[in-house]
Design a protein around this ligand. Structure first.
Ligand SMILES: [Zn+2]
Length: 256
């Protein structure tokens, strides 16, 4: 977990691993997604196991259907449980979630994409964003922080950010075209070139740069530095496992 977020007694944050669940291969074992082909009863049991382990009632979570976009929603009391027991009533086409309501846990599922955590200890507001390459390029993380500012009067200089476990620059090979889009948007630092022909993207750095640019203090940003593709014993990696895998999840909530 993030050291700087762990200092705050009023929040709980977590990134699950693939260990400790009931699903069989290739979803073994703590898959929390209904949309990967796993048995729904196993997914539900895994969600229960995870919620219990982080001290929240499962019906107080929200588990959205993500779309790699930049829509951001405010999560309110009546949204509790959306997407938890069925995808039918989940938030759809939304990749950023903000709340100031205690005991609502914001979950973001992932298998390579970067979950980004936000906490404003002054205003007691938490948020989560889901940033794969599309969301990172479209600056979902920066937009989430800016919405915390506009909708909850959060001071950007107070917001703490955790850039979570996802595919790292060690493993995330992309096309030259995509690499160029990223270096144009965020500078040369976010791309590394190997043997003149292979391009690797650093999503962590690209998220960091966009957050610093809008006024998040660098000392308030922490990166987990754990690559999903290097660690498929612990995490799911869509890329490394050729799409045939489960999803782990990242979450945050304010304690009552
Ligand atoms: Zn790696």
């Amino acid at each position: 977990m993030f050291n700087h977020l762990s200092q705050f007694a009023k929040i709980v944050h977590f990134i699950s691993t693939r260990k400790g669940g009931v699903s069989a291969a290739p979803f073994d074992s703590l898959n929390v997604s209904f949309s990967v082909g796993d048995l729904p009863e196993n997914v539900l049991e895994n969600r229960r196991i995870l919620a219990e382990s982080v001290g929240i009632a499962l019906e107080n979570c929200i588990i959205p259907q993500l779309c790699h976009g930049t829509n951001i929603e405010i999560v309110r009391v009546g949204d509790r449980g959306r997407g938890v027991f069925s995808p039918e009533n989940a938030f759809k086409e939304t990749d950023g979630f903000i709340t100031n309501v205690p005991e609502i846990c914001l979950w973001v599922t992932s298998a390579d994409c970067t979950p980004v955590f936000f906490y404003d200890p002054e205003k007691q507001v938490v948020a989560m964003a889901h940033a794969g390459w599309k969301g990172t390029l479209a600056e979902i993380a920066a937009k989430t922080a800016l919405k915390m500012h506009t909708d909850f009067a959060c001071n950007l200089a107070e917001i703490r950010v955790g850039i979570g476990t996802s595919i790292g620059a060690c493993c995330y090979e992309v096309s030259k075209e995509l690499a160029e889009k990223f270096s144009t948007a965020f500078g040369e630092k976010v791309v590394s070139v190997k043997e003149n022909t292979s391009y690797y993207l650093d999503l962590w750095e690209a998220n960091w740069i966009q957050l610093e640019k809008i006024g998040i203090l660098s000392q308030h940003i922490e990166v987990s530095n754990i690559c999903t593709a290097c660690n498929t014993d612990l995490y799911y990696s869509f890329r490394k496992e050729n799409g045939n895998t489960g999803r782990f999840c990242a979450g945050i909530y304010l304690k009552a």
